[in-house]
Design a protein around this ligand. Structure first.
Ligand code: KG4
Ligand code: ZN
Length: 347
């Protein structure tokens, strides 16, 4: 039996988790900062790093006690080391280095985006293990900070095959929510209101880019929602002019446009790369509209359990175990990195 302590602090969640043998989650503690950032309708980096400093030790204590473990029973310390906000990352990375050094245990730097893909393998220790998804797979990470496609040949052999050229899809959800005066984060609330709306009420634009492109673009869609709700520049509509039903229709039509684009790109990727399944992770993978429509894809699709869709440390500890098993151990000179390191496909 092997126990890995995972730490996640890339953005606005301070999280720690103990995972056994790479997939069985013994504890998954998350201190969310949503309330601190809600008033600004987005994450404020300086506020985030201060909150991480306050949260990190209590979160680590809870993760260990909920797992019924002590520090000396831990076999390794894994930490999300990239990509993210530098002030936020540094808190988790410093805590992990300190623990690994003082306990004389291996330190494992984990890529947060890669871990979102791996999250499809996790389940709580008191639930049955998840079915293994067959690899190679097409991976989609869709979150507030990332929207990209990957060819997952193995959990430690992942190449990027497409990415957004402007906004991430979760970011578009958050911005559309702000346009509609809905709370932050926008994804869950738009997902809920979309269920009461008509997805064909408004024909928002879908950006597919060139015919073979696997890249994404969501900024035109977001602007189109802005003009629909507030009016075009010089012809602004009065604020709060939409009825509840109209708001639901905007949510449903916007969501349908996002899902159409994501589905189109997954299908294109499946045509190009040998794949036995599709794995989808990141905050937007919680979206019910997306989950329902992926059922029509020609290969099995794997989503994380709901709790592992958004940022968490269980995915860091789980992938940390796989990396350790394959000898990817970091040393104490490891740095936090703001940008990702999954290489792009060169073909
Ligand atoms: O993975 P995550 O926790 O953080 C990043 O790495 O960015 O993702 C957060 C994002 C937010 O933009 C949030 O609005 C979105 O995920 N989100 C959703 C849903 N739940 C969260 N988007 C669409 N539908 C949802 N149900
Ligand atoms: Zn994330």
């Amino acid at each position: 039996m092997s126990l890995v302590l995972g730490i996640e602090s890339t953005c606005d969640e301070t999280a720690a988790s103990v995972v056994q043998d790479g997939t069985r989650v013994l504890s998954n503690v998350i201190a969310s900062q949503v309330q601190l950032h809600q008033v600004y309708k987005g994450v404020v980096p300086e506020i985030a790093s201060r909150a991480h400093i306050e949260n990190i030790l209590p979160v680590l204590d809870s993760a260990l006690s909920q797992a019924g473990t002590t520090l000396d029973q831990i076999d390794a310390v894994a930490v999300a080391q990239r990509p993210g906000l530098i002030g936020s990352l540094l808190i988790g990375v410093t805590a992990a280095k300190t623990l690994a050094w003082s306990l004389q245990k291996p330190l494992i730097g984990v890529d947060h985006v890669q871990a979102h893909l791996y999250s499809v393998r996790l389940s709580a220790h008191d639930r049955s293990p998840r079915e293994q998804c067959p690899l190679p797979a097409i991976g989609l990470v869709c979150s507030g900070g990332h929207t990209a496609l990957y060819h997952v040949r193995d959990w430690t052999d992942i190449v990027r095959i497409g990415q957004t050229i402007d906004d991430a899809v979760g970011e578009a959800y958050d911005k559309v929510a702000a346009i509609l005066n809905l709370p932050y984060p926008g994804g869950p609330v738009i997902d809920r209101l979309a269920e009461q709306g008509n997805p064909e009420a408004i024909q928002f634009p879908r950006s597919y880019l060139e015919r073979t492109s696997l890249d994404f673009s969501f900024s035109g869609l977001k602007t189109s929602v802005l003009y629909h709700v507030r009016g075009h520049p010089g012809r602004e509509k009065p604020s709060n002019s939409l009825t509840h039903q109209q708001v639901c229709d905007v949510c449903a039509s916007f969501q349908q446009a996002c899902v159409d684009v994501l589905m189109n790109k997954i299908r294109r990727a499946l045509e190009r790369y040998p794949s036995r399944s599709v794995v989808i992770g990141g905050g937007v993978s919680a979206n019910r509209g997306l989950r329902a429509q992926t059922q029509s894809l020609p290969v099995p699709v794997y989503f994380p359990e709901w709790v592992y869709c958004t940022d968490n440390a269980a995915m860091i500890a789980g992938l940390g175990q796989i990396l350790m098993d394959r000898g990817f151990i970091s040393d104490l000179s490891m740095d936090a990195m703001t940008s990702g390191s999954i290489p792009a496909m060169t073909d």
